[in-house]
Ligand binder design. Structure first.
Ligand code: SAM
Length: 212
């Protein structure tokens, strides 16, 4: 029997192991029963802002908490830049593999030091990963480390965690090595989702790693 998974389960996660367990169970129904059904817009919003802010040199891209690869799919419609996927869930990454848009798959816990050399990526993109029950601002240090100097960072941060989980402070702390962040508040879902989450918003946070 398949037990239906959804936002209530996702927002109540507490540890990376909880994520592994939830997304193992959710992976096969995530795209149809969650993303399509609820008109989930965060991945396409990230790609929209990537198109707005990116230069030809902002490559390769790392999709952080890539899940089933919805950012990769949106990006495929726009251009053909090299994109890698990182996620803690092998089941979600397997779904992303089936989309045939990513070059490399990295199964890793973002809350740990990443086994990726510094200054590798021209862009870091992420949707739906900086939210209730998932990962917090402490992850930004490693993501900035693996960005090339001048590299572009565009991630969604749920408004429900932006202030009370220290994202604002982390961005100030990083001030010496990043450009002043630009924020765009957008709807995470279209009109199809239930009343409770109909007004959920994410803050698309955009900056570049300074050249030195
Ligand atoms: C809501 S899904 C978003 C997936 C995709 N980016 C999207 O927008 O559809 C959150 C993703 O973050 C991943 N995740 C959660 N905690 C993680 C961690 N500690 N390290 C790496 N990935 C994590 C989950 O496995 C899941 O695929």
């Amino acid at each position: 029997m398949t037990v239906k998974k959804g936002l209530k389960d996702a927002y109540s996660l507490k540890t990376p192991m909880d994520s592994v367990n939830l997304y193992r169970a959710w992976a096969s129904t995530y795209d149809n029963d969650f993303a399509i059904k609820n008109d989930y817009r965060s991945p396409s919003e990230v790609v929209k802002y990537y198109s707005k802010y990116s230069k030809k040199t902002d490559t390769p891209i790392l999709d952080v908490g890539a899940g089933t690869g919805l950012i990769g799919e949106c990006l495929r419609e726009q251009n053909s830049r090299k994109i890698d996927a990182i996620d803690i869930s092998s089941e979600m990454l397997n779904l992303a593999k089936s989309k045939q848009v990513y070059s490399k798959f990295i199964e890793a816990d973002l809350t740990k030091k990443l086994n990726i050399a510094s200054s590798q990526y021209g862009a870091v993109l992420s949707s739906g990963t900086f939210t209730h029950g998932h990962v917090g601002p402490e992850v930004f240090d490693e993501l900035v480390r693996i960005l090339k100097p001048g590299g572009l960072f565009i991630v969604t941060i749920h408004t429900g965690v932006f202030h009370n989980q220290g994202f604002k402070q982390k961005l100030s702390q990083l001030g010496k090595c990043i450009s002043p962040p630009v924020f765009h508040k957008v709807n995470a879902y279209g009109s199809k989702i239930d009343k409770k989450h109909g007004n959920d918003k994410v803050i698309i946070t955009v900056f570049r790693k300074k050249m030195s």
